[in-house]
Design a protein around this ligand. Sequence first.
Ligand code: NA7
Length: 550
Amino acid sequence: MSYSTGALENSPEPLVFDVVVVGAGFAGLYMLHKLRELGFTVRVLEAASGVGGTWFHNRYPGARCDIESLDYSYSFSEELQQEWSWSERYASQPEILRYIDHVAERFDLLRDVQLNTVVANAEFEEHTARWSVTTEEGERYSARFCIMATGVLSAAQVPRLAGLEEYTGRWYHTGAWPHERPDFTGMRVGVIGTGSSGTQLIPLVAQQAKELVVFQRTANYCMPAQNRPLDANLEGEWKTHYPERRAFARASSFGHNQVSNDKKGTEVSPLERREELERRWDLGGLYMMRAFKDIMTNADVNREAIEFVHEKIDGIVNDPQTAEALKPKDLFIGTKRLCSGTDYYETFNRQNVRLVDVKSDPIKRVTPTGLQTEGETFALDAIIFATGFDAMTGSLLRINPTGRGGVKLSERWADGPRSYLGLSISGFPNMFVIAGAGSPSVFSNMVTSIEQHVEWIATCLLHLERNGAACIEATPEAEEGWVQHVNELADKTLYRHSKNTWFYGANTPGKPVVFMPYVGGVGRYSQNISSIAAKNYEGFSIQERVDSSL
Ligand code: NA7
């Protein structure tokens, strides 16, 4: 292995590493740990002033994971999982960030993480077969491998609303929330967006604000999270059986231990279906997605779940007109990311909360003192954009790496993201993407999928080193085959009927509408990538090293 040492920090020469990792969230930190263990020199470049990625930035009130905390945690260290205790069934953002900070400290990761460093450019130099990475400050890095741990929900999107520059109140985006927590007490607040972030935030802001106006374009299904303090017996049981629990998650469809019903909705009686839906509502959060084996493939079964949730909304929300507006229309349940919240629908019974349907009365502009729809003007002291992200590809395209032949990723992806296994892109040798488009990613427990990718990439890099290889690159044919496979799987589901979602990139103006995640399941995906590695990296071309000094 060529152990290159970093050059002096102030040198005009590029700093030299085996690997540059972009991003210090769950993915980048574990990648660093794993590669360092194997003897590679690594530098992690992170734009933020702290580690944590998505969990560093999404500090809005109510921000919480929708996967149970015992599952949503690293499995790579038995000591770590034994010593850490979660306080709630679903961890809040501050607790997850404390956990990530703890991991960074415990494994002495920070010494190889460079914070406050925005990557401006990443370019593959064909003559050296190395990546040249440049930061906004003009620092240069040279590395054999460039690993993009840039996150899938990291590129926050504020809609381009006329008049926003002249707005005299305070405005925020949930995905770039300030560290000093804003206090909305006594204020008139507008929230735009009713996805996962909006539905988590709205009940808490409603408790503070004098008036809260929720601007809803598309109603979404919000399941009660049924969050509660973590049961000590449950934690004990998990800690005794962590290896089995983790193995189960890795072989499962979604990368966690949530129990899926292996019966199809069509196999059971209407009464049993109703009981199962009720049970899933009580289990809370994403459990509804696993109510029946065919809930995401059979329209009738899905519709029954929709009717069930509509009835729940009617039962909770006092004002029939508001209840009606909160019911998603023409949207199969789960095809837009299901929300998991606490007291979301109940919040609309408060006297200080009003729902405005901006599909029928669209937002026209921001005024200096509030917001104007086609039909009404709202005075607002603060506006919160819970308007989501340029998901899955946004953070990578903002860097817009350059591959072979000077081709930019934005050119390569002009018709939508294409990759082999969601890990590698043809024409971009020695570059890997963690949890990228084309992998289970957002359709899974992200930590499970991240660990799977990190371990696969680490094994691959070791393989290349041991075999004296200079470059690995997905072949165009393998990439084409994988893209087709990802699309074929998605086309068998109800997702194809709801293309107006971030899964398809439809929430980002100008983005090609292409289904991005792999829906085949974490276990199946894992078998795929392992067998590809075992077959000497089938679908990749591996080039010998010509000059051993490279
Ligand atoms: P989402 O799920 O993309 O939700 C964004 C919301 O903002 C959604 O309701 C959008 O309505 C709405 N939106 C976006 N732009 C506008 C404009 N211009 N006007 C009105 N409403 C708008 O983002 P989240 O942050 O809530 O969640 C992202 C993921 O993070 C989530 O799925 C979890 O995996 C964690 P639309 O539906 O587009 O009509």
